[in-house]
Design a protein around this ligand. Structure first.
Ligand SMILES: [Zn+2]
Length: 874
């Protein structure tokens, strides 16, 4: 049987190689070592040579499992699962004798990163984190991991054995298995025997969602710091468990390019990255260059690619005593593609990634002492810098919502940063940080530089050209109060903060009604669960004070009330379900004893209207922004529990819109929507639908007379930038100045507007990556939020000219249109899923849309006022 199988594999190869001229294993492998014949080659397991087909994650896992079985240098763990339940593998590769005392070796290594311990750089092992293809449609990385794993298992002789003796290699063959699977399927399903290199061929042009992103269409190479996805959480746990000296991040770039490795542009590194980091990177670069020179291959360094945002794989290690290295290979994106350099074939791209995997390993090993010594000095220096900083720590807090605070503390914890809950109130800059509702993050801890990077709110930079975000200040993202603290007498818990589960509390059995406030991040999820369970729920559009089982309580506008009245189910059953749902969401429920309140509206008031169940649809497709669509999907699915219908724009004309209560249009061109589609959407709104537009989705609504607001004309911005006297060489700088690549702005909210219910303050940090803004309409009551009138920038880079135009412009507008509502956001309110502060605006737009009463049409307003008067007449 075995022989038959081998024969069959051989004949298959013969046919395939006839067409695609596959590179053989011998072509890939260096011949300065010998190879153990007992180690199965990738071809023996996959049935094809590396590069002939795109490896699927399941095959990659199988090959790694076989190597772990056959090689005493390998051990394998599953450290987590992707959203699609694919295992996340970590292989620990080292000399066989090291495996028996691996924990001791890890401890010796970790001592270097702990300023309180005296680690020994002469004896501690070097740790390398070799990771591949965080973008699934940049697959040369993960495909080269097959070769690298084979090499690690099979290579024999002094050269490799010395490395394995001194080094622990953590091999993470696929950073993004779900994306890799999506692209492998796409590339393989379109492969012909006669490879099609035409760039317009379907194989080379992916539809939405592309293989780049994970299950929810997120770029995982932006999530290293934010940790909103299981892939990132598992990876960072491995990183913090081992604190490697080098981390590799293998990518692909445009087909017409060559090959890139760091160091990149010196001025684009994060200011917290030490200069010595660049010198170590340069040392490794010499090794990559030498190997590629020998093979006669082109490459470049010190150009392109930001190394500023610490939430990227090649930057995250740089502020933690390690070296992150970005590799970018020109992409064949498929099996072969024409390029300006000629035909680019998949095996060629794999070869470069494999070659530089080896040079990274050998280069780091040759400089082992330097890397280890650097790591130790990095942490000692960090601690010394922390002691010298002009304050002692950060205080963060919010007394209205534990969820946002806890999620931020949980992110810090996963990065090895300790926070301590305040045990006493602390007043700073006029804000009282309440005991139990605020935390203190002392600077004097080993992760000092990472802490500074996470709280960074810099506004001026040496180099103002940003291709990615220039700000990600975590307490702004979570809309928390925060301040630096330079005293010594802060009263904090003895133990660092740890996540806990909410205790299941019993609800008072004889209540007249139950209520929970809208402040909590998971209040919308709680409301939605109740609606899904068929429970009658009402929501207040005014504040009131009611008698509860714990005394009088002041409920703010937006409070959700579950009354005994109007329930279809037994009251005891409603109580049980409410208890179960709130135990899961962590929302605090109050038991109200009477419908007659102490102050404000009574529970039978018209201002406490029933909430209707929702059916939300989002338009998606190649003409809508993939990331923003993914973010909205993720938020509604994971944080609100909404089963979101997604409809491609080119099918819009044929779908039954009457099924939906809300339609969401994130950023996009929406070029597939016809004039007839726009008219249909408008009629649906007039009939009572709620349409929510974000960024250019909102602009589309404005252009099609559905949103009655105007976007600020782009000339307003461009005329602020004089062009006289510019030279050709000024281009990059000129456009860099004009762009807002990603900064944090401050919104001023109309705190009485229903769409801001549950917000603790009248200001709100928002992420901004465009010049979108709306002219404030003359009509009152429709502008929900504006950019702060007095310089709206909170953190990051935005040219003063752009800030001047944006100041005071409208960012959120909401109005009636017939019986329906139109709600427009000029920004991405769910940015990368970590802007929990603004994310809830989407829930407000969904659940509180009915409370948006003003129309931009005087006739509609007059009719509404007349109806209101009739209702109140007696
Ligand atoms: Zn990439």
């Amino acid at each position: 049987m075995q022989r038959l199988l081998t024969l069959c594999v051989l004949c298959f190869i013969a046919v395939a190689s006839f067409a695609s001229n596959a590179t053989s294993l011998d072509d890939y492998l260096p011949d300065d070592v010998t190879y153990n014949p007992d180690i199965p080659t990738p071809q023996q397991v996959l049935g094809y040579e590396v590069g002939e087909w795109h490896v699927r994650p399941e095959q990659l896992v199988r090959y790694m499992e076989i190597l772990a079985e056959k090689s005493d240098r390998f051990s394998l763990e599953v450290t987590g699962y992707t959203h699609e339940r694919r295992p996340l593998l970590l292989l620990t590769v080292t000399a066989p004798e090291n495996h028996s005392n691996i924990e001791q070796l890890r401890d010796q290594h970790l001592a270097l990163a702990d300023p309180k311990r005296k680690g020994n750089p002469d004896t501690a092992p070097l740790v390398l984190y070799m990771g591949y293809s965080i973008h699934g449609d940049e697959p040369s990385g993960s495909n080269s991991a097959l070769l690298y794993a084979y090499y690690l298992a099979a290579a024999e002789g002094e050269k490799i054995e010395r490395v394995l003796k001194d080094t622990i290699i953590l091999l993470d063959p696929a950073y993004n298995p779900d994306g890799l699977a999506r692209f492998a399927q796409w590339a393989n399903q379109h492969k012909s025997i006669n490879l099609v290199s035409d760039t317009q061929h379907r194989e080379h042009v992916q539809p939405t969602p592309r293989g780049r992103v994970n299950h929810y269409w997120f770029d995982l190479n932006r999530d290293w710091l934010l940790l909103q996805h299981p892939e990132s959480r598992a990876r960072i746990a491995n990183f913090q468990k081992w604190k490697p000296n080098v981390l590799t991040d293998f990518h692909e770039m445009g087909t017409d390019s060559t090959f890139f490795f760091q160091p990149g542009i010196p001025s684009r590194k994060n200011p917290n990255t030490p200069d010595e980091n660049v010198r170590l990177t340069q040392t490794l670069a010499e090794g990559h260059a030498a190997a590629l020179d020998e093979q006669g291959r082109l490459y470049f360094t010190e150009e392109a690619f930001d190394d500023f945002y610490v939430g990227k794989g090649s930057t995250y290690p740089d502020v933690q005593g390690a070296i992150g290295i970005l590799f970018e290979q020109a992409s064949s994106r498929g099996h072969a593609q024409d390029s300006i350099n000629g035909l680019l074939e998949f095996p060629f791209t794999i070869q470069n990634q494999f070659t530089t995997s080896l040079t990274s390993m050998y280069g780091a090993h040759a400089n082992k002492k330097w890397f280890l010594d650097y790591q130790q000095r990095f942490y000692d220096d960090s601690m010394a810098a922390a002691k010298k900083a002009d304050f002692n720590g950060y205080v963060v807090g919010d007394e209205t919502d534990p969820a946002r605070l806890h999620e931020m503390l949980n992110i810090l914890r996963q990065h090895g940063v300790q926070s301590y809950v305040l045990t006493d109130d602390l007043k700073l800059n006029g804000v009282t940080y309440q005991a139990d509702h605020a935390a203190y993050i002392p600077l004097e801890q080993p992760q000092y530089l990472l802490i500074r990077a996470m709280f960074m709110n810099q506004k001026s930079f040496k180099d103002n050209t940003f291709y990615d975000v220039s700000a990600w200040t975590l307490p702004h993202a979570f809309n928390l109060n925060w301040a630096t603290y330079d005293g010594r007498r802060v009263k904090i818990a003895d133990q660092a903060w740890q996540p806990t589960t909410t205790p299941n509390h019993d609800l008072a059995a004889d209540a007249y009604a139950y209520a929970f406030e809208w402040h909590h991040y998971f209040a919308p999820k709680t409301l939605n669960r109740l609606l899904q369970a068929g429970i009658h729920v009402r929501q207040a559009n005014q504040a009131f004070t009611a008698s509860t089982s714990a005394g009088d309580y002041n409920f703010t506008a937006g409070t959700v009330v579950v009354t005994k009245a109007y329930q279809q189910q037994d009251w005891a059953e409603v109580q049980q379900q409410l208890a179960a749902i709130t135990a899961e969401t962590g929302v605090t429920v109050h038991a109200i004893s009477s419908g007659l309140t102490r102050r404000g509206i009574d529970l039978g008031s018209r201002n406490l209207a029933p909430v209707k169940p929702i059916q939300v649809m989002m338009l998606v497709g190649n003409d809508a922004n993939m990331y923003e669509g993914g973010e909205a999907w993720y938020y509604l699915d994971r944080h609100v529990g909404v089963p979101l219908s997604m409809v491609d724009t080119d099918r819009f004309g044929g779908v039954d819109l009457s099924r939906y209560t809300h339609i969401l249009m994130v950023d996009g061109r929406y070029s597939n929507l016809s004039k007839r589609d726009a008219e249909r959407l408008q009629q649906w709104v007039r009939d009572g639908g709620v349409v929510i537009g974000q960024q250019n989705g909102a602009r589309w609504l404005s252009q099609h007379d559905i949103l009655a607001a105007e976007f600020v004309n782009s000339d307003e911005f461009s005329k602020k930038f004089p062009t006289a006297g510019l030279t050709f060489a000024d281009q990059d700088h000129f456009y860099g100045q004009r762009r807002v690549a990603g900064a944090i702005f401050e919104l001023e909210l109309d705190a009485t507007h229903p769409l801001t219910f549950g917000y603790p303050r009248a200001t709100l940090p928002v992420f901004k990556d465009s010049l979108n803004a709306m002219v404030v309409p003359e009509q009152p009551f429709v502008t929900v939020a504006t950019y702060r009138a007095n310089d709206p920038l909170l953190a990051g880079f935005a040219a003063s000219q752009n800030r001047e135009v944006l100041a005071g412009k409208a960012a959120i507008i909401a109005h009636r249109h017939g019986r329906g509502r139109v709600i427009a956001f000029t920004d991405d309110i769910n940015f990368r899923a970590f802007f929990w502060g603004t994310a809830k605006l989407l829930s407000n737009a969904i659940f509180l849309a009915d409370q948006v009463t003003p129309s931009l049409s005087d006739e509609e307003n007059a009719a509404e006022a007349a109806a209101e008067a009739a209702e109140s007449a007696h």
